[in-house]
Design a protein around this ligand. Structure first.
Ligand SMILES: Cc1cc2nc3c(=O)[nH]c(=O)nc-3n(C[C@H](O)[C@H](O)[C@H](O)COP(=O)(O)O)c2cc1C
Length: 228
């Protein structure tokens, strides 16, 4: 194995950060070549039975993004109101603000999957006999698109493009699907901000206090059990 390539690759993985709306520069466009590279990275991800039951919508329309922000914000306010008076209500309300932190993003990528498209479910005509066993496979499409999302995020990072995968806005998934006129057989799994990272002079905003701002990771010995 080429060690410099693997070290660089690990470095790329470790330095990717979630870049939310305010850190993205709405005045700089993403080129068609960059979009092609991002999509190549996404579509070369593995997928269950190579079904590739995914669909991507790149929103380049500012008013649609603003509409999504407004809808999510309204829903968050509704939830915050409903929990008023409960313990930790203030903390939770603050946390919920992260659900619309894509505000200001110049582009939004919408990751969708085709619902109930597991090929095994379709081809194995065994009635209800193995229902429970086959249910274990029901996450296949979500896992597949998650792999595509990570490829997308890492490719973006290599291109100095910021992304932040988000599920918070799914609070208003149905409304978003309606606005996008998404076919009924598809459903939105996550969104991601996309855009060039804002710079102050030559320094990208994300680089200010970078080390301090890296979200801590659990130690390997806390999350890995080795069975020999
Ligand atoms: C499935 C998923 C959902 C997420 N949803 C949100 C979200 O709704 N709002 C947000 O601001 N960040 C969201 N994030 C970003 C995480 O907060 C972020 O990945 C985490 O804090 C680690 O930071 P890093 O990505 O910079 O390493 C999400 C990430 C994932 C993988």
């Amino acid at each position: 194995m080429d060690t410099s390539l693997s070290t660089d690759f690990l470095q790329l993985i470790k330095t990717r950060r979630s870049i939310r709306g305010p850190l993205l520069d709405a005045t700089v466009a993403i080129s068609d070549d960059e979009i092609t590279m991002l999509m190549d990275a996404a579509r070369f991800a593995p997928s269950g039975s190579n079904a590739q039951s995914w669909y991507f919508i790149l929103i380049e329309n500012k008013s649609i993004i603003e509409q999504f922000v407004t809808l999510t914000k309204e829903k968050v306010e509704e939830i915050s109101k409903a929990i008023e008076g409960q313990s930790h209500a203030a903390e939770i309300s603050l946390y919920l603000k992260n659900f619309y932190s894509f505000a200001g993003a110049p582009y939004l990528m919408v990751f969708c999957i085709r619902k109930r498209d597991n090929p095994l479910m379709r081809y194995l005509r065994v009635g209800d006999k193995f229902k429970d066993e086959l249910l274990a496979l029901s996450n296949t499409e979500i896992i597949s698109i998650s792999m595509a999302m990570e490829n997308f995020a890492l490719m973006a990072h290599a291109l100095n493009i910021g992304t932040c995968v988000m599920t918070g806005p799914l609070l208003v998934r149905e409304q978003m699907e309606k606005i996008l006129e998404l076919h009924a057989s598809y459903s939105i799994v996550a969104l991601s901000t996309v855009g060039k990272i804002r710079k102050v002079g030559e320094v990208a905003e994300i680089d200010k206090n970078y080390e301090m701002n890296v979200p801590r990771r659990k130690d390997i010995d806390k999350i890995l059990k080795r069975v020999k």
